[in-house]
Design a protein around this ligand. Structure first.
Ligand code: FES
Ligand SMILES: [Fe+2]
Length: 454
């Protein structure tokens, strides 16, 4: 019983993400974390080629709703059309290039704040002052904003600046299939925060592509999620995405001493299981985990957990952590849907922005959001946008016991280490293979050979 693992059934597209022989062995030089030239190369060869998240579909329900995504020096606006479709445009006026809008909103058209040109939702110029003063011809109905490609997946609106990029669902493959049983569209964003960090954006890519650090950095997690590498499943996908699937039960290596509070007990009690009925820790962890699956399976409907309807036994309890190349991660568990996204600063390679979107599912009669690793004082309702500076932790005090905060505490030390004369080539554990893979796919982009293209 104690040898249960998540190591079954690698997806047919997956490479084993704990097998270093899948790597070429490209060196990971330190300059990539602080060089302006490297940052410029990333803009040119990476960021203009990948798909970006602009916002959530829930923000674009009505005709005229729009979301704005500022990325480095660029900005894009996505609008809901009269015919119900979505279209995206550079947020740049076709007259003399003024930025059109700065924040999400809803209007019939976008009026430029400079000379008052009015752009329709479809990007066409529909009105302007002094139409008779253009000897070269009235531009009304003739000029349009420059368009970007838009797609939808995971209840999120995506866009790419690249006409040659694969279709969104091909770019994301096989995620649409892996997460087909989740009802992301029903989720409520209970936290919507953007935090400015003092380190290169790839800190977060590296950090989220391994769970080797979690025992050291997040000691509160192994008592409820088994983060042992020998029970986890590691997958790397052709487009550069990767994931780890960890068992949603206590690690047998990090046992909580008898008599101490164990959050796992609460999880069992939540589903009508008596944690004290098990004879020992191991049975409570392993049999309790099986009993938890069975209890969820039996009770979801009567308890109002309607978002469980299509979930498999694995999905009911396990903890998948998915990176989407190059700068997004999602954690789609039965009870919540976390989206994390990190982006470079417009001018400083040693700064970045980190977005935390915590999504929960509405449950009848429930008003608070409860996470399995912590009690989180969040209401189960749509949150407002909240923008902060990390500021050595002072800017986000309410996150101090959270996993992302614990990761951010490492940013100053990493930034310093990458600048040190003592920097050495990383000496990766097998369970860090996804870190090596991330840099190899990045290198492929930077050398003009991104995956998935002829
Ligand atoms: S720059 Fe927009 S109207 Fe002139
Ligand atoms: Fe972490």
């Amino acid at each position: 019983m104690s040898d249960a693992t998540a190591k079954t059934e690698l997806h047919p597209l997956a490479m084993d993400g704990s097998d270093p022989s899948q790597l070429r062995g490209d060196p990971i030089d330190a300059e990539r974390y602080f060089s302006h030239d490297f940052m410029q190369s990333e803009w040119q060869h990476l960021w203009t080629k990948v798909w970006h998240i602009a916002g959530r579909v829930q923000q674009l329900q009505q005709t005229g709703d729009y979301v704005v995504h500022h990325f480095m020096h660029e900005s894009v606006v996505i609008t809901r059309q009269h015919d119900g479709s979505l279209r995206g445009f550079y947020n740049t006026c076709g007259h003399r290039a003024q930025r059109l809008v700065w924040r999400d909103g809803s209007q019939d058209s976008l009026t430029c704040p400079y000379h008052g040109w009015v752009w329709g939702l479809d990007g066409t110029l529909v009105d302007l002052p002094d139409r008779d003063d253009f000897p070269q011809g009235d531009p009304c109905g003739e000029l349009s904003l420059i368009e970007v490609r838009v797609g939808v997946w995971g209840s999120m609106v995506w866009y790419t600046m690249d006409d040659e990029a694969p279709e969104l669902l091909d770019y994301l493959a096989p995620l649409p299939e892996l997460y087909a049983n989740h009802q992301f569209e029903k989720s409520v964003r209970v936290r919507w925060m953007r935090v400015a960090l003092d380190c290169n954006w790839k800190f977060s890519s590296d950090n989220f592509n391994e769970s080797y650090h979690t025992r050291t950095v997040h000691p509160q997690v192994p008592p409820v999620i088994d983060q042992d590498h020998f029970t986890s499943r590691f997958e790397m996908f052709p487009m550069g995405h990767a994931r780890i699937v960890q068992l949603g039960r206590p690690s047998l290596r990090d046992q909580v001493p008898a008599g101490q509070y164990h959050r796992w007990d609460d999880q069992l009690r939540d589903w009508g299981i008596d944690p004290d009925a098990y004879p020992d820790y191991e049975t409570k962890a392993v049999q309790g985990w099986l009993d938890l699956k069975a209890a969820k399976r039996a009770q979801w409907r009567e308890r109002g957990f309607l978002h469980y309807e299509h979930l498999t036994d694995e999905e009911l309890t396990e903890s998948p952590f998915q990176t989407i190349f190059p700068n997004v991660a999602i954690s789609a568990s039965a009870d919540s849907f976390g989206v994390y996204r990190w982006e470079p600063h417009p001018t400083d390679p040693e700064k970045s922005f980190f977005d935390v979107w915590t999504m929960a599912y509405p449950i009848e009669g429930q008003t608070d959001f409860v996470k399995r690793t912590a009690k989180v004082p969040l209401k189960l309702e749509e949150a407002d946008f909240d923008e902060r500076e990390y500021d050595d932790g002072l800017g986000v005090p309410e996150l101090a016991d959270q996993v992302v905060f614990q990761d951010w505490q490492l940013t100053a030390g990493q930034k310093a280490g990458w600048r040190s004369r003592g920097y050495q080539e990383p000496y990766l554990a097998a369970q860090e293979t996804r870190v090596g893979r991330f840099h190899e796919v990045l290198n492929d982009y930077l050398t003009g050979k991104p995956p998935g293209r002829a």
